[in-house]
Write a protein that binds this ligand. Sequence first.
Ligand SMILES: NC(=O)c1ccc[n+]([C@@H]2O[C@H](COP(=O)([O-])OP(=O)(O)OC[C@H]3O[C@@H](n4cnc5c(N)ncnc54)[C@H](O)[C@@H]3O)[C@@H](O)[C@H]2O)c1
Length: 447
Amino acid sequence: MVTTEVGDTFEVRDLSLAEEGKNLIEWAELHMPVLRKIRERFIKEKPLQDVRVGCCLHITKETAVLGQTLKAGGAKVFLCASNPLSTTDEVAAALAEEDGIHVYAWKFMDTEGYYRSISNVIKNEPHISVDDGADLVGILHKMKRGEQAPEVDIVKKVLGERIDWIDNVWAGAEETTTGVIRLRAMAADGAMLYPILATNDTPTKWDYDNYIGTGQSTIDGVLRATADLLAGKVFVVAGYGRCGRGIAMRAKGMGARRVIIVEVKPHKVLTAALEGMDVMPIKEAAKVGDIFVTATGCKNVIAREHMELMKDGAVLANSGHFNVEIEIPALEEIAVEKKEIRPLVNQYTLKDGRRIFLLADGRLVNLAAAEGHPSEVMDMSFSDQALAVEWICKNKDDLKNRGGVVIDIPKEIDNQVAQLKCEVMGLKYDLLTQEQDKYLKSWDEGT
Ligand SMILES: NC(=O)c1ccc[n+]([C@@H]2O[C@H](COP(=O)([O-])OP(=O)(O)OC[C@H]3O[C@@H](n4cnc5c(N)ncnc54)[C@H](O)[C@@H]3O)[C@@H](O)[C@H]2O)c1
């Protein structure tokens, strides 16, 4: 049972970790020059004056820099965790000491604590939601619909019987693929009650965060948890989307003997094969893999029948949003013994003596066992988020009439972030001449 410290504006693990947290935040800030530039402008212009922003995000050092940037723009910021294992307790402690930022997050929170923290954010009646996985949006909707569910019961303990919290929300922004998929499904069902920007789906987010960021940080998580040697290993990646492709690329670069891709879409299978990866169904990969990582957004991708085929010592990890990609209840059932052999590594022993190692309870391994994406990558993702929040404030009157729709990040925001990142990285590039610009927009010039 994890104990927490509770105050009027926070619930965190241990306030005495604050000094360490401040150093971590300073480190992230140093590596987030684009967000710093946005913050400098926010300080002068105060575009978010008195706006309440509720964020359900991984509470990392980079999220702290985002929170401070929103605060610099005049916002009141309310933070809760978007995953029970992804909070950096030192960072949460540092944020708890800041005026204008409320934080409810600690590592290893249970389900009760997770939804209590979301409720504490909702209690402050945010105008804007910023989600990573749509749990905050989900609860706001479930309350309004009067749904019966165990998580709603937890929320009611904090919020009482009132159901209309969602009515104060102007709009939102969503950080990850799984969240956007859920929102699009909600919108298609006519169930979504306010407009949400799909921050995940913009090039300066998913081409770097999902691909480069998840690639590096997932390998980092697997190695920090296991201290395994990658060289010579057979590394299986389930899903060759943006995240999976990044993970496979880095596994190969770190010396894996063979990288095998498991996919369900033929064009992804082709891409993987033509990019030099092995491809096969999970049933075959299960027999030969040493390390398995899922990054699909789907469920039971590694299921009981696959685990039964695995070699002694197989390592299983997940980097997709929810802990459903590996069928953990089945692993619990087929194992005769379970023990935590290292921090965040559970050893499951099967009847015949084979051992399977599950990392971080099947939760995002890069955040649970490492520190999530490097700050340089989050510099772009969170610059998109800061500008998305500003855009919502500027367009709030129009947004009120839009209803439940998923909105693309405006191109100007994406371009601005890309330009600023090139600038801070000293990357020079060409501009189209007037003639070239005209040519690209015309259709009459040919051979
Ligand atoms: N770990 C992180 O920090 C991090 C960062 C960004 C996104 N994510 C999460 O990672 C997951 C993947 O995100 P993405 O942006 O790569 O999505 P994506 O849609 O680009 O890729 C997912 C891929 O998985 C494949 N897939 C789906 N079901 C499958 C199955 N049963 N077996 C094999 N392959 C299957 C799809 O065909 C697709 O190619 C999502 O849950 C997302 O929210 C995690």
